[in-house]
Write a protein of this length. Structure first.
Length: 153
C-alpha cells in the first residue's frame, strides 16, 4: 500500500543524494579536493595514497552510483535496498566532508559539526526507509501467521 507520506518523503529524502551524485559526476574536482584533506588520516590507518586521476574516477563512479540508487529510492524501486546502499555510502562521505577534528577555528568546527548532524539525520531517514515494510507485516509476523494456519489444519 502506497501512502501519501511515502509518496512524498522518499523523493524528498532521495533529492539530497541525487543532487550530490550529479554534482560528483559534473564537478569531480570539488569532491577530490575534500577527499585530499582526508588523505593523511587515511594513510595513517594503512590506505595507499591515490593518484588524482584515480580519485576523480572514483568520485565520478561514486556519484553515478549514488544518483542511480537515490533515483531508485525516489521512484520506489527496491526502496529498502536503495536505502541500505545510500546509508553505507553516506557515513564515509559525511565524515570526509566534515572533519571536525581538523577544524582550525570555532566557526569551522561548528560548520563541520552541523554537516555531521545533517549526515546523521539523513542516515536516520534512510533507517526509517530500511525498516518500512510498506504496510506489510514483518517476516516474523508472516511466519507466525503461516505456523498458526498450519497448526489449525
Amino acid at each position: 500500500m502506497r501512502t501519501l507520506l511515502r509518496f512524498i518523503s522518499r523523493p524528498l529524502l532521495a533529492a539530497v543524494f541525487i543532487h550530490d551524485g550529479l554534482d560528483a559526476l559534473r564537478n569531480p574536482a570539488d569532491h577530490v579536493e575534500r577527499f585530499r584533506k582526508m588523505e593523511p588520516a587515511l594513510e595513517k590507518i594503512g590506505l595507499p595514497p591515490m593518484l588524482t586521476s584515480d580519485a576523480k574516477l572514483l568520485s565520478r563512479l561514486a556519484g553515478a552510483a549514488t544518483a542511480a540508487t537515490a533515483l531508485g529510492l525516489a521512484i520506489g524501486k527496491s526502496p529498502r535496498i536503495c536505502a541500505l546502499i545510500l546509508a553505507l555510502v553516506n557515513l564515509p562521505i559525511s565524515v570526509v566532508n566534515n572533519p571536525v577534528w581538523a577544524a582550525n577555528s570555532p566557526e569551522e568546527r561548528r560548520e563541520y559539526l552541523r554537516g555531521l548532524v545533517a549526515g546523521s539525520s539523513l542516515a536516520g531517514g534512510l533507517g526509517m526507509v530500511l525498516v518500512d515494510a510498506n504496510g506489510q507485516p514483518s517476516l516474523k509476523v508472516r511466519r507466525e501467521i503461516i505456523n498458526a494456519a498450519k497448526a489449525s489444519k
